[in-house]
Ligand binder design. Structure first.
Ligand SMILES: [Mn+2]
Length: 316
């Protein structure tokens, strides 16, 4: 067993209080990573941990195992202090949201992430941007550590892989499929888990499809920019994955950008690319993510942000 795993086990063993968080506005991987670890800690160390989140949990995650164990950050006592804080799938510090103050107050921080990051928060870091999901990284470490995993853990790990690979469409490395094969052998039922996620509100899907129908195209059709204004943003649930996925299906579209007016003068940006890395564009706007799937939040109005985006893509 490698040294990092020994430290991981030692830190969990000796912690009196443990909290776990992923990024704000959890997606499937972030929430499933946190809940899987919660259960792993319970099964292997006979300890409870607190899963703390900020933002909105999309409705499609309502029926994932242990969903009710995730606690909104304002329901945590102001003066709560944790010996051990475990961060999963968080990206960078700014994405911690309401959990940040508890993370900074913790005695020791461990992180499991597959985002590209040069500014780690943790003291002990499990980071691998080759992993398809943070749950896959947690699974690999848990196998090395020979942790016991029950059906909930297996399902949560698989759900993280399913959601972060867009139902396996974004798989780049064979090991994610080898791991998934193991997970299936250990009881993960892929059709059942995929259906568990088909749980969106009707209004969400209708707003997403309306947004798609108003998309503007630039660079002779290679860049698609869709926009959601504030009243409709409230009906959106999650990142607008349907918008991103539908626009990406269009012949000739190389880049898809979704601009979401979260508040007046606060624009959430999601950028997707079929082949060419775009994470530098997200980074130049103060965000980050993966090579071909990244995002940012910008304080500006919708029209200015759209112009900035069009300029940023010039020459690509
Ligand atoms: Mn992830």
């Amino acid at each position: 067993m490698n040294d990092k795993i020994k430290i991981l086990i030692d830190k969990i063993q000796n912690a009196q209080s443990i909290a776990i968080s992923g990024h704000k506005n959890p997606d499937g991987d972030s929430l499933c990573s946190a809940l899987a670890l919660l259960k792993i800690i319970e099964l292997n160390f006979n300890k409870t941990a607190t899963v703390i989140y900020d933002g909105n949990v999309p409705r499609d995650l309502d029926y994932i195992p242990l969903r009710k164990e995730a606690i909104f950050h304002t329901h945590i006592p102001e003066d709560a202090k944790y010996d051990l804080y475990i961060l999963v799938d968080y990206g960078t510090r700014i994405h911690l949201g309401g959990a940040e103050k508890y993370v900074m107050d913790a005695d020791y921080v461990i992180e499991f992430d597959h985002h590209v990051n040069n500014d780690f928060v943790g003291d002990l870091i499990f980071s691998d941007s080759d992993k398809a999901s943070a749950t896959q990284l947690i699974y690999d470490v848990s196998c090395q550590a020979q942790f016991i995993m029950n059906q909930d853990v297996i399902d949560l790990i698989t759900l993280g892989i399913i959601t972060d690979t867009g139902n396996f469409k974004f798989v780049r490395k064979g090991d994610v499929l080898r791991d998934t094969a193991q997970l299936i052998d250990r009881g993960a039922n892929i059709p059942h888990l995929v259906n568990l996620l088909n749980n969106k509100d009707k209004k969400t899907v209708l707003v997403e499809s309306e947004t798609v129908s108003k998309t503007e195209f630039f660079m002779r059709g290679r860049l698609a920019i869709a926009m959601i204004k504030q009243p409709d943003y409230k009906k959106l649930d999650g990142r607008g994955e349907l918008v991103l996925s539908l626009l990406g299906q269009i012949h000739g579209v190389e880049f898809v950008v979704l601009l979401k007016e979260q508040k007046e003068n606060q624009i959430g940006i999601s950028i997707r690319s079929k082949h060419i890395p775009i994470n530098h564009i997200a980074e130049s706007l103060g965000g980050g993510g993966h090579l071909c799937a990244a995002g940012a939040v910008v304080i500006d109005d919708l029209i200015n942000v759209k112009t900035k985006i069009i300029n940023a893509f010039k020459g690509m």
